[in-house]
Write a protein that binds this ligand. Sequence first.
Ligand code: IPM
Ligand code: MG
Length: 353
Amino acid sequence: MKATITVLPGDGIGPEVTSQAVEVLSKVASKFGHEFAFNEALMGGCAIDQTGSALPDETIRTAESSDAILLGAVGGPKWSDPTAKVRPEDGLLKIRKHFDLFANLRPVKAYPALAQHTPLRPDLLENVDMLFVRELTGGIYFGPRQEQGDGDSAYDTELYTTPEVERVAHVAFRAAQGRRGKLASVDKANVMASMRLWRRTVVRVHEDYQDVALEHVLVDACAMYLMTRPASFDVLVAPNMFGDILSDEASVLAGSLGMLPSASLGSAKFGLYEPIHGSAPDIAGQGKANPTGTILSAALLLRYSLGLEQEAQAVERAVEAALASGARTADIAPRGGSFTSTTEFTQTILGAL
Ligand code: IPM
Ligand code: MG
């Protein structure tokens, strides 16, 4: 098949990890007889530097004429002045909103080979395999706010509408049907009105999915259960900010934040794919970045936007093979020991492919 992919390298380690994922996608194309065209565009701090905007119109146009977006990461100390009028992160929030990418899928697996990199007992990590479905275009990230405040106060508002909760709940229930049939809905219904709306909407949507076992988990308890009984989770559905926080927490189970991919989807096949980690400016340009999260995001791109399941699985198996062969980027290497550089790690994956 022919496909066009917009690549947004972004800032910090973004360019290092997206270039590796593009290599993997190119290899997939030649191995399976596809034609992928890659169009690079600006978003984030680099876009602010060159155009004054975190998400230039040209980037939107490039993305609109493509099948999917592959993104690295945005942000860095250079642009983090609290009084700045425009920030790199604005670009990310705007592009999610522009394409109405309301469902952010974040699969979390514990890799037995990396068990010693987690602070948890190995027995707790057995069979850890969960999928976060994070609501991505609503909630406190997009609610009414007073940006600079009056000097002594500022606010952000958690606001959800029934249709916003319904559509992400449908995605989560359907995902659970295709997995182990369990859904945990995360909220704070004991305190927040918006979260009571969230819960009653999820309960109503559940009527269409009686084959799925639903539990409601308060976000604070969920944070604890992710560490005490991680294997009990199958699919979790969470409001935007709770999903942001809990998925970083859950990355501990995988051994490193650098391991985790994500897919941001709307109601069509088009999607945005990015690792869940940030731009890690402290290690940028040193060959220390772990490209796994971005390469696994490319696998999700193959699966969800291009419908290439076999190819997606081939990439996922190649990542597992690279880990099994002992290749370790800096974040997952034995402390003080030697590590595989970003590009060497990708070469191992390409070899396995
Ligand atoms: C994420 C990131 C973003 C978010 C930031 C960079 C705006 O933390 O994708 O998890 O909060 O959504
Ligand atoms: Mg985050």
